[in-house]
Design a protein around this ligand. Structure first.
Ligand SMILES: Nc1nc2c(ncn2[C@@H]2O[C@H](COP(=O)(O)OP(=O)(O)OP(=O)(O)O)[C@@H](O)[C@H]2O)c(=O)[nH]1
Length: 473
């Protein structure tokens, strides 16, 4: 009895060491330590139940059954901690599916062990070998998965956890393999102390400073993300593997769990994909909003100089490619300095907003662009528009602004008016944006000199042969 009590004490220390590490860890990494603690606790309870069964003489077989249940329960936290991706943004449903799959592993292990070790199959001498091999396969699979996670740990704390878990699981698997082989031929007196080794090791690993190589080792982001995304499939694989192993015992159950494993994995991916799509949509929307803000003038809300430069270049290139005209109107509020001086800058801002709104509303087509060029000056890009059509637009704009009836005490007309300069790129005279704006600006200057509240064509545009209008000739 004393060796068993000593074993329980060592196992109890391992539980204590793991929970100590759990308390010291930041909240993000606590979950896996808790799972490891629960797994070791199951081992303690399993060993304690076995001890009780030996001491009390378990005639009813309840304690033996409880020990088998506990060995099955041990698998749940183990599977959970080595196969979860522990991603922060993972949907809750995914954690539920993983838990259900881990429970399925435990149920299958329990079913398999009880069926093989009791009832008609128990009399078959090969049954014990099958059980032992399956137990070894499960133990080593857990250890290998933990090692895989160790090499994909995204931060030092995660690597440290998987380092402790893989050390424990690997030594546990090795010890269990040796122990089970010895047990088949009768246990020598020292065999019990083998079981202490993984737990004693866990106490040391969990409480001591981690080795230096663990700090030095840093996997790339791609490696750690790939391993974290890959790990969950191992859970489904384990269920399928156990299902195949149990197919001789219960074919229908094996088939069902195999299908469930594949289905659950598919569902899991669907949940994650849907969450990612939601996030992508949100990112796209905020990018679009940001782009809108960057390209907008904060006072008037219409396009700013940046947008104008881009769109004007595109419109001129498009016009050159398709052999169509492209016109630019430069619109400037008359005597705006006097307006500001007499009514103040706040009234000036309100006037700019009103004029910008009126220009935007009266633009010809959706492809056209109204932008604030700077100060009280606006630029309008009219795609596929000849000089004649641009003059018509200019006439209409001047009329529209006049009809706004914005009172201007320091202006001869008594209300706000605008002057317009027009420049046009024809198919015969391709121009760059700077040249078009410069020509439109010169034309605007002439409109101002010739009395304001009017438009003028750029010299080059005026002397170009008139474009053939539809229906003309
Ligand atoms: N309120 C306000 N005023 C502005 C803004 N941007 C430029 N201005 C003013 O617009 C005025 C432009 O004056 P000028 O360039 O002399 O032109 P103008 O008085 O309109 O004279 P003409 O163009 O020759 O008819 C200046 O007084 C600027 O301070 C703005 O965002 N808000």
């Amino acid at each position: 009895m004393w060796p068993q009590l000593a074993m329980l004490a060592v196992q109890g220390s391992a539980v204590w060491a793991v929970f100590t590490r759990y308390r010291r860890s930041p909240s993000l990494i606590r979950m896996p330590w808790l799972l490891l603690g629960l797994a070791v606790l199951m081992q303690v309870l399993w060993a304690g139940t076995n001890l009780l069964a030996t001491e009390l003489g378990d005639k009813s077989g309840y304690l033996a059954a409880l020990a088998t249940v506990l060995s099955g329960l041990y698998v749940i936290p183990c599977m959970f901690m080595v196969t979860r991706s522990f991603a922060l943004n993972e949907p809750r449903a995914v954690a539920v599916l993983d838990l259900v799959l881990s429970c399925m592993v435990a149920v299958l292990v329990y079913q398999f062990f009880t069926k093989m070790l009791s009832g008609p199959l128990a009399s078959d001498p090969s049954s014990i070998y099958v059980v032992v091999y399956l137990a070894d396969a499960i133990d080593f699979s857990l250890a290998i998965m933990a090692m895989l996670r160790l090499f994909g740990g995204r931060s030092f704390r995660w690597r440290f956890f998987y380092y402790a878990a893989s050390a424990y699981l690997l030594v546990n698997a090795t010890v269990a393999t040796i122990y089970n082989r010895i047990e088949m031929h009768g246990l020598p007196w020292w065999a019990g102390s083998l079981i202490d080794i993984p737990h004693a090791l866990l106490v040391v690993v969990a409480l001591r400073q981690p080795p230096r190589w663990l700090r030095a080792y840093r996997p790339s982001l791609a490696v750690s993300q790939t391993i974290a995304s890959f790990a969950p499939i191992l859970l489904s694989m384990m269920v399928v593997m156990l299902g195949i192993s149990a197919s001789r015992i219960n074919f229908v159950l094996s088939l069902l769990v195999g299908c469930a494993a594949v289905l659950f994995y598919g569902l899991r991916m669907a949940f994650i994909q849907s969450r990612n799509m939601d996030r992508q949509r949100a990112v796209d929307l905020s990018t679009w909003r940001l782009e809108q803000q960057v390209g907008r003038d904060p006072l008037t809300g219409i396009a700013n100089r940046t947008t104008l430069d881009t769109r004007l270049r595109e419109a001129l290139e498009e016009g050159h490619r398709t052999g169509s005209h492209c016109s630019v109107l430069m619109v400037d509020i008359d005597f705006f300095k006097q307006y500001n001086d007499s009514l103040g800058h706040i009234a000036g801002d309100a006037c700019l907003i009103q004029v910008a709104g009126a220009l935007s509303r009266s633009r010809v087509r959706v492809h056209d662009l109204v932008a604030r060029y700077g100060g009280e000056e606006f630029a309008i890009v009219l795609v596929d528009t000849s000089a004649e059509a641009a003059q018509e637009v200019a006439r209409r704009l001047i009329d529209t602004i006049e009809r706004l009836q914005i009172a201007h005490p320091a202006c001869p007309l008594g209300r706000i008016t605008v002057s317009v300069g027009i420049a046009t790129q024809t198919p015969q005279t391709p121009m760059d944006p700077v040249a078009v704006l410069d020509e439109a600006d010169r034309a605007l200057y002439r409109a101002k000199s010739n009395g304001r509240n009017r438009y003028e064509l750029a010299m080059r545009t005026a002397f170009d042969p008139p474009a053939v209008l539809p229906g003309a000739g």
